[in-house]
Design a protein around this ligand. Structure first.
Ligand SMILES: NC(=O)c1ccc[n+]([C@@H]2O[C@H](COP(=O)([O-])OP(=O)(O)OC[C@H]3O[C@@H](n4cnc5c(N)ncnc54)[C@H](O)[C@@H]3O)[C@@H](O)[C@H]2O)c1
Length: 254
């Protein structure tokens, strides 16, 4: 039995990586899916693959750090699929991960504007969409284990991801009474372009060795957690922070 049969979803940041894997898994599980991203071409390519599965889909451009863009994209998505009840927010950037002492104000602002403010703008628009329609739903926000543990270079990224965790459990309290669940997923290292941006190829083996599961996650591992959080199987899960990292964030390395 498909786990999202008859559901309609919007995946933001769906052009590649974790977002693309989530969009395609949700479609394989029966959902119609709007794929939104800053990169419209990439989102369109994912949407085309979803249509090939026999699901309804289209792509929408969005810049989550811009409130007007978020409002317009939500309106556009609502015209493509009129019964949206599932939202997954995966859009994010990591920046150049400088040491805190060397961080320029502009870079701190850029990372924060996309990852923290952008997450709030997207989630607010989605919550308004659902509550205006008096429709229950599920919102999943992708944070990171960097939001709950530290690592040199993670000043902007880590604090922005801590914001995502806090935004999610606070929104869960406010929206729960209206039937809207909000949860966050905290991945460890996932094999995507973002990870390759900050992890040198020859360091990947070290990360594999450090991980209790002796492997790094694939995007679909994160998508599976999102799927459960968006399915009725998790109907009492609200305000949770689900860590998907093979257990590495519990380790203490010396
Ligand atoms: N890959 C990892 O190891 C890892 C670990 C923990 C958390 N995460 C988080 O998972 C999420 C997805 O990351 P990924 O690894 O798939 O990265 P990715 O770089 O492959 O994909 C990120 C997507 O977000 C989009 N995006 C960036 N800025 C945007 C904006 N302003 N508006 C709309 N879309 C925008 C990009 O175009 C891209 O398609 C991110 O929030 C990231 O912080 C990733």
């Amino acid at each position: 039995m498909a786990r999202l049969q008859g559901k309609q979803a919007l995946i933001i940041g769906g052009a590649q990586g974790i977002g693309a894997a989530t969009a395609e898994l949700f479609a394989a599980e029966g959902a119609d899916v709007v794929v939104a991203d800053l990169k419209l071409d990439g989102a369109q390519a994912v949407s085309d693959r979803i249509k090939a599965l026999g699901r309804k889909s289209d792509a929408v451009q969005i810049d989550v750090s811009n409130s007007e863009s978020v409002t317009n994209a939500l309106a556009e998505a609502g015209k493509i699929l009129s019964d949206l009840s599932i939202f997954v927010n995966t859009a994010g950037i990591i920046g150049s991960v400088p040491a805190m002492l060397d961080m320029e104000e502009a870079e701190y602002d850029t990372v924060t504007n996309v990852n923290a403010k952008g997450m709030w703008l997207a989630m607010r628009a989605q919550a308004r969409h659902l509550t205006n329609a008096k429709r229950p739903g599920s919102i999943v926000n992708i944070a990171s284990i960097m939001g709950i543990i530290g690592q040199p270079g993670m000043t902007a990224y880590g604090t922005s991801k801590a914001s995502v965790v806090s935004l999610s459990y606070n929104a869960a309290l406010e929206l729960g009474p209206q039937g809207v669940r909000v949860n966050s997923v905290l991945p460890g290292n996932v094999k995507t372009d973002m990870m390759r941006q900050v992890v040198p190829t020859d360091f990947e083996a070290v990360l594999v060795e450090q991980n209790p599961m002796r492997q790094l996650a694939d995007p679909v591992d994160i998508a599976e957690a999102c799927l459960w959080l968006c399915s009725d199987a998790s109907r009492m899960v609200n305000g949770a922070s689900i860590v998907v990292d093979g257990g590495v964030s519990n380790a203490w390395f010396v």
